[in-house]
Design a protein around this ligand. Sequence first.
Ligand code: NAD
Ligand code: TYD
Length: 334
Amino acid sequence: MKLLITGGAGFIGSNFIHYWLKKYPDDQITNLDSLTYAGNLENLKEHENDSNYKFIKGDICDPEVVNDLVRDCDLIVHFAAETHVDRSVMGSRDFIRTNVEGTMVLLEAAKNNNKKIHHVSTDEVFGDLNFEGKSFTEKTAYNPRNPYSASKAAADHLVRAYYHTHGLPITISNCSNNYGPYHFPEKMIPLFITNLLENKKVPIYGEGKNIRDWIHVDDHARGIDFIIQKGQVGQTYCLGGDSEITNIDLTKKILKIMGKDEDMIEYVKDRPGHDLRYAIDFSKAKKELGWNPKISLDEGLKQTIEWYENNQEWWKNIKSGEYQDYYKKQYGNN
Ligand code: NAD
Ligand code: TYD
C-alpha cells in the first residue's frame, strides 16, 4: 500500500511513520510536510535512505503539490496542523490556514482522485468537562473553546461534510493528549522534562488542578492503524490513554522519577480560557476495533524521560534555535 502522510515530520506523524514502516515494511510512505517550527527531519533520520520512504517539502494548502501526491497514493493519513494552544491564543491565522484551509485542499484532492482519508483530530473539539462530568464519546456535542480546538473542530466538520455530500471515504480519530519521543518541548511533558534536565523550574499554569488524559504516542499510532484496518467508512473513533491526572500530580510524578524536589515547581499566570478537564471514553474503539491502550502512564513516563536524557542534542538544538523567541515571550528568561 502507498500512504501519503501529511505532517510526518512532527511529533505524532514521525512516530506513526516509525511504527508503520516497522510493522509494514513492504508499504511505501510519502511524507508531505512544510517544516514549520514544529517539523524536524531529525525525527526521521533512520529512514532517510530507505527506498520505501520519501520526503516532500511542501504545503498542504498548495493544491498542485497536494493533487499530484494524492493521485499517486492509496490512502492519506492527515496529521499536518498547527497544534499548540498557547500559540493559538497569541494569534490564530496560521491555525485557520493550515487546519481548516489545508484540510479542505486535501479533501478536494481526495474527492477528485477518489482516495480514502484518515483525519487525525483531538478530544479538545468537545470543549471541557467539570470534575464530575462524564467522559467524551463520539456522541458528545462539539464545543471548542480556544482557537486551536475551534480550527480542529471546523476541519472535522468539513471532513464529515465531504463524506455526506460527496460520499468521500473518510474516517476520523479524536485522541487525548499524547506524550513520548520527539515531542516538541513547548508542550507540557517535554518542556518540564527538558527544563529539569537543565536544572530549570517547571511553570505550572494557575493552580495545576486542570486534568488531562495522557496517551503514549505508540498507543495512538496503533489506534490509527486499527482504524485504517478495521474502521468503518464515515465513522469517528475516540482514542484515550485511560490515564486522567491533574497537572500538579503529573508534575510530581515527573519530579519523583527524575529525583528532583517540589521546589522546582513555579506557579505562573493561568492560560486564558484554560479548559478544566479532558477525558475520553474509548469503548467504541475497544468494542468495534479491539483496540485499547497498552502503555501505562508510569511506564510511558519513565521511557520518555529516558529518551530525553539520551537524546539531549535533539532538544537542545530546538531550545537554542528560533523557538527561543516564543519561549522568552511565554516564560521570560527562566
Ligand atoms: P506537531 O505540531 O508536532 O507537528 C505538526 C506537523 O505538521 C509539523 O511537522 C509541521 O511542519 C507540519 N505542518 C504544519 N503546517 C503545515 C502545512 N501547512 N503543510 C504541511 N505541513 C505542515 O503536531 P502533533 O502533536 O504531531 O499533532 C499531529 C496531529 O495530531 C495534529 O493534527 C493534532 O491536531 C493531532 N493531535 C495531537 C495531539 C497531541 O497531544 N499532540 C492529540 C490529539 C490529536
Ligand atoms: P499542553 O501540553 O500545552 O497540551 P494541551 O493544552 O493541548 O492540553 O498542556 C497540557 C496541560 O498542561 C494544560 O492543562 C496546560 C498545562 N501547561 C502548564 O501548566 N504549563 C506549561 O508550561 C504548559 C505548556 C502547559
